[in-house]
Design a protein around this ligand. Structure first.
Ligand code: FES
Length: 254
């Protein structure tokens, strides 16, 4: 069985509102298998999980797995009030003293800086929550080894495409031999589809990783929040829904 949590976002694009209006416990839904860019490294001895609000969704599954594996872990969960935070009782029952609930209305803010002041050898930090929290964490983990912090975003930082600030670029598709021009007012994804090249997508906001394509040559201007810094630097993949070319032409494995 799969357990899902969907925060009702009245000002979103309609997906969560639809789920809240139409889906009831016991309904049968057709779903696509999960895609995961936010994996638990089961080879490490220690995990520090940090969740803000509905960011608990992926983090709770990881914490459950860490417990099953007998890993050393701690789970920090913050929100405005316990009443607004999903799964608090279930998490408390499962994780006992490893769970730390930080509810603002109880005067318990999560002091991330104190929590992460000293890097813990062999520990990985996993965080999912609002953008402000994730940015603060980047800062708090500055002294930690590269890659020790793994984050999952649920809101996009992407502004809408502003054609006056963009430039056109070419992509060469290695497998099909096509060369396509992506104009300033189009995403790579749209241009590929217009040329009948099928690329999957889901969020189209640089969040989910479904539209990943392999890059063989050219310098990518990465705009997603999926890839880690070292993945960006490696320049071997890009998200077609938002990322573009820095200049010149990109060669893609398509
Ligand atoms: S469709 Fe989600 S990152 Fe591109």
């Amino acid at each position: 069985a799969l357990e899902i949590a969907v925060l009702h976002e009245p000002d979103g694009r309609g997906g969560s509102a639809w789920v809240h209006a139409n889906v009831k416990a016991g309904d049968r839904l057709r779903i696509r298998g999960p895609r995961n860019h936010f994996r638990l490294d089961e080879s490490l001895p220690k995990a520090i999980f940090i969740a803000g609000g509905i960011g608990i969704t992926p983090v709770s599954a990881m914490a459950r797995r860490a417990k099953a594996l007998g890993m050393d872990y701690e789970l920090h969960y913050s929100g405005r009030s316990r009443a607004s935070m999903a799964f608090v009782d279930e998490l408390a029952a499962l994780h006992g003293e490893r769970l730390h609930v930080h509810a603002t209305d109880e005067g318990r803010r999560n002091d991330l800086r104190a929590l992460l002041a000293t890097p813990v050898p062999g520990a990985q930090v996993y965080a999912c929550g609002p953008l402000r929290m994730l940015e603060a964490l980047e800062d708090c983990c500055a002294a930690w080894p590269e890659g020790a912090l793994r984050v999952e975003h649920f809101e996009s930082t992407l502004a809408t495409l502003d054609p006056s600030k963009e430039h056109a670029f070419e992509v060469e598709l290695k497998d099909s031999g096509l060369v396509i021009t992506v104009p300033p007012d189009q995403t790579l994804l749209t241009a590929l589809r217009a040329a009948n090249v099928d690329v999957q997508s889901d969020c189209e906001e640089g969040l989910c990783g479904s539209c990943e394509v392999r890059v063989l040559a050219g310098k990518v201007d990465h705009r997603d929040v999926v890839l880690t810094r070292s993945e960006r630097d490696a320049n071997t993949k890009m998200m077609a829904c938002c990322s573009r070319a820095c200049e010149g032409r990109l060669v893609l494995e398509l």
